[in-house]
Unconditional design. Sequence first.
Length: 151
Amino acid sequence: MSKRHEMGTGTDREWEAQERALQEERARGAATHPGAETSDGALVRSYRVLARALRRPVQEGLPPDFAAEVARMARERQQKAMRASVESRVVRALGAALIAAIAVFSVMNGAAWLSLVDLDSTAVQWLLTAAGCVGLATLLPGRARRIHRAR
């Protein structure tokens, strides 16, 4: 348990209790030792319980279907990642289609609705600034992740 020569008088009693508990457990002696009636008796009994627990082999092992369970979890994780990948591609494709539709609409009907908007107004400038900020905030995090992964 512990080495006697490294301890002072305060821990000598502790060391002796540990050693006595080990000896009693090895000998499977009586429940009490000649000195068990002293104040060390409870200490020796507690160390006997500990020594007994340490002598027993660990009862818990891997379940019989452990490998199959781990393989199932790996398959599920892979399928979930594939679904997430497919979903993100669909979202990107729909976003690109929306931007393309807006561009086509602008080219076809641009003169009609552009004449309604005063491009010199402060509101339009702020709207373009906000759109630029949203675009940057959308594009930069993905790029930052790719740069971080490359390192």
